[in-house]
Write a protein that binds this ligand. Structure first.
Ligand code: GLN
Length: 245
C-alpha cells in the first residue's frame, strides 16, 4: 500500500506550522510500512487528479489567500473537482478551507473561491474568533472527538444542504453562531482547527489515511495499531484546554 499525498501551496499556505500535518501522516504511514509519496503543487502548477489520494492545503493569512485564490481557480480547480468526485481525500485547514467555498468577502473585496462546497465566508463586525476548540464529529468509525486551536477573522456559513465536519462543544467554529464546525462533502474535509490539527488528533489522521488508501484498495484497510501514548496525551491536553474555556 502507498499513500500518495499532494500538498497545495505549501510555501504560501502554512500558518501555525500546518505543514506538521503532513509530517504526521508520513510518520504514521512509515511506522506501519505503508509507502508515502509526497508531492507539491505551487503557483501555476496543475496536477493529475488520478495520481494523488490525499490532497492537503493549510491555513494562510488574508494576504496569502489573495495571492493564491485566482491562481488556484485557474490552475487547480478542475483537477481538484475531479479528484473529489473520484473519492480522493481532501483536507483543508482554515484559510485553505475558506478558499474551497464560493467566496471570501473581505470588506469591499471578494476573493473568489473554488466553489467545490456550498459555503461562503464573510467578515462581520466583531473580533477575530480565537481560542481552543473541541468538536464532535462522525466520520464513519464511531463518534470522533477533535480538538485544536482556531484564529480566524472570516465567518463561514454553510448552505442548507451542506454537512459540517462536526458540532462545536467548546469554541467558535465556523461563525460563532450556529454551532457548526468545518465542512464535509464525500471525502473532502474542511476545518478551522490548527494545532497542527493531526498530531493532536491521531484518530482523525488514521481515518484520513484509511479513506485515502481505500480509494485504490477498493475497501478500507485495517491499520495496524501504534503506541499512541504521546498522541493521546496531546489530544487530552488540547481538549482539556478547550473545556477550560
Ligand atoms: N485569513 C483567514 C482569516 O483570518 C484565515 C486565517 C487562518 O488560516 N488562520 O479568516
Amino acid at each position: 500500500m502507498r499513500l500518495r499525498l499532494l500538498a497545495l501551496y505549501p510555501e504560501q499556505m502554512n500558518i501555525y506550522a500546518d505543514r506538521g500535518n503532513i509530517l504526521f501522516l508520513q510518520r504514521r504511514c512509515q511506522w506501519r510500512n505503508i509507502g508515502f509519496d509526497h508531492a507539491a503543487a505551487g503557483p501555476g502548477e496543475g496536477f493529475d487528479p488520478a495520481a494523488h489520494d490525499l490532497v492537503y492545503i493549510g491555513g494562510g493569512q488574508d494576504r496569502d489567500q489573495r495571492l493564491v485564490a485566482d491562481d488556484m481557480l485557474r490552475s487547480k480547480r478542475d483537477a481538484l473537482a475531479a479528484g473529489i468526485d473520484d473519492a480522493a481525500v481532501v483536507l483543508a485547514v482554515c484559510g485553505g478551507y475558506q478558499l474551497l467555498g464560493h467566496s471570501y468577502q473581505l470588506g469591499d473585496e471578494r476573493i473568489p473561491g473554488l466553489g467545490l462546497v456550498d459555503l461562503e465566508t464573510v467578515r462581520e463586525p466583531g473580533p477575530r474568533l480565537i481560542g481552543n476548540v473541541a468538536i464532535e464529529a462522525e466520520l464513519g468509525n464511531g463518534p470522533l472527538r477533535i480538538a485544536g486551536f482556531e484564529n480566524h477573522g472570516g465567518r463561514t456559513y454553510l448552505g442548507d444542504e451542506t454537512q459540517p465536519l462536526g458540532r462545536v462543544i467548546r469554541g467558535h467554529g465556523n461563525n460563532g453562531r450556529d454551532g457548526f464546525e468545518g465542512v464535509r462533502r464525500l471525502n473532502l474535509f474542511g476545518t478551522y482547527l490548527h494545532g497542527p490539527l493531526l498530531p493532536k488528533n491521531a484518530r482523525l489522521a488514521d481515518r484520513l489515511i484509511q479513506l485515502a488508501l481505500a480509494r485504490r484498495a477498493g475497501a478500507e484497510p485495517e491499520l495496524a495499531p501504534l503506541d499512541d501514548t504521546l498522541e493521546a496525551s496531546a489530544h487530552e491536553n488540547a481538549r482539556a484546554a478547550a473545556m477550560r474555556g
